[in-house]
Design a protein around this ligand. Structure first.
Ligand code: FAD
Length: 413
């Protein structure tokens, strides 16, 4: 499987990339070893270090250079499944909790950014979730009311009640004033790891874990250079690489490749209320955000794949299908915002994306892997899920058995 194709924007705009930490060159012991140095591994290590737990983090490449360098970094309380749908799937209380945990997670990312003094351009941003379907106006109204009932500050927009907000066609949409944010995810991840490395986190780049012995009594991991890391527990934060842990025929995830383009800076955002995060209700959906230097990021045009050796799962750079998807995204941005002049592509890239049936992540222990935790933020809110997962796993490691892990457990359906 090839997780990323072409060059993601964050890898281009961040000048300070490249190897910063050594590769492992001896056998070591620690309390907890975190495998994976993307945003998930960075957050997991952060919460471990906050509790004074001796932690080692390893990555087979360089920090943040896989999915973390390609994510749109839309952070929002709403998940891919509507509140109405999630209530039907997971139950009233769990659905409400899932939305509110994500809301809280957006705020907590903001707090971490302040705490570590990161210049990752974190900005709180409103969000707009809309439909073009005249038959779904009542549904949107109901969804909006249900969100208001759990304390979300949102309102229903219709073109006739809120003219001039957006230049694209829609029949109804939910405008959420709070609960959304955007940032540079690679800068955030590297800053967070640097912050914790200064406080004693041991970080090793270009250190590939190729083998392991796992048991409830302790774990031993082996690197490609045959060095050993012994620990009480391992936390796998290996993102989409973790798909290879599980039988790929096991239908617990839906896999696809998603495509993104980033425009050159534009002069104005006419027809785009508050430069908010935008998402439609189609499947697959289109998602948009802006950047502090006035670019548009638009993503979507997903193509599903079933097996890790399918062509779509292994698509390289400048693949003809990818070029067609980038072309469609540019066309869509221009259609949505006819008053924004000169929307031109500056960066383009694609990446693997995995979702679960209920759009909630898999966090916690798996019966086949004793001594291990998994923090797998599959789903559109991967970054928020990994923050939630980090906190819950650390609590579980400390013996608090947080009940919230039930909601995100493996084999839940
Ligand atoms: C185009 C695109 C847009 C997205 N948009 C959003 C969005 O707007 N909001 C959102 O929340 N999420 C989004 N996502 C999902 C998001 O990318 C992920 O949730 C998040 O970045 C994943 O971070 P991660 O740390 O789990 O994975 P990664 O960043 O992939 O990190 C995993 C790390 O594990 C390392 N690793 C793997 N195997 C080993 C091994 N054996 N030994 C050592 N190291 C290993 C890898 O080298 C890698 O660095 C998007 C994804 C894509 C592709």
């Amino acid at each position: 499987m090839k997780i990323i194709g072409d060059t993601p924007v964050w890898a281009k705009v961040n000048k300070e990339i490249g190897q910063k930490y050594p590769s492992l060159s001896k056998n070591i012991e620690t309390d907890v070893v975190v495998v994976g140095g993307g945003s998930t591994g960075a957050l997991t290590s952060h919460y471990l270090m906050k509790q004074g737990i001796k932690t080692v983090l390893v990555d087979k490449f360089e920090i943040g250079m896989t999915a973390t360098s390609a994510t749109t970094a839309i952070l929002q309380y709403e998940i891919d499944c509507d509140l109405i749908g999630l209530k039907a799937h997971a139950g009233e209380q769990e659905a409400k909790d899932a939305f509110l945990y994500d809301y809280q997670a957006v705020m907590e990312i903001g707090q971490i950014v302040k705490e570590i003094n990161s210049d990752c351009q974190f900005n709180f941003t409103p969000c707009f979730y809309y439909t073009e379907d005249p038959g779904k106006i009542d549904y949107m109204e109901d969804e909006c009311k249900q969100r208001q009932a759990i304390g979300i500050h949102c309102e229903l927009y219709k073109p006739e009640t809120h003219p001039d907000k957006f230049s694209f066609n829609y029949t109804a949409g939910i405008f959420s004033h709070y609960g959304g944010a955007t940032m540079d995810p690679l800068r955030f991840t590297r800053d967070l790891i640097d912050y914790n490395a200064k406080n004693g986190l041991n970080v090793y780049e270009h250190t590939n874990i190729v083998d392991f012995d796992l048991s409830d009594k302790g774990v031993t991991l082996r690197t490609d250079m045959d060095f050993e890391i012994k620990a009480t527990r391992v936390i796998f934060c290996t993102g989409y690489d973790a798909l290879t842990f599980f039988d790929e025929k096991n239908p617990f995830v839906k896999t696809a490749r998603t495509f993104s383009i980033v425009s050159k800076p534009v002069e104005s955002f006419t027809g785009w209320e508050a430069q908010c995060i935008i998402r439609d209700d189609k499947s697959p959906y289109t998602y948009l955000r802006t950047t502090p230097d006035n670019r548009i990021i638009i993503g979507g045009e997903d193509v599903a794949f079933n097996h890790l050796d399918d062509e779509v799962a292994n698509m390289g750079s400048r693949h003809p299908l990818a070029l067609q998807q980038y072309h469609q995204l540019l066309k869509r941005a221009r259609q949505m915002f006819p008053s924004i002049e000169n929307i031109k592509t500056d960066y383009w890239y694609h990446g693997v994306f995995a979702d679960t049936k209920d759009t909630l992540p898999f966090i916690g222990k798996h019966p086949d892997y004793p001594g291990a935790y998994f923090n797998l933020g599959y789903g559109s809110n991967g970054i928020l899920y990994s923050l939630i997962g980090s906190k819950l796993i650390v609590q579980d490691y400390q013996g608090y058995n947080p009940k919230e892990l039930q909601m995100y457990r493996f084999n839940r359906y």
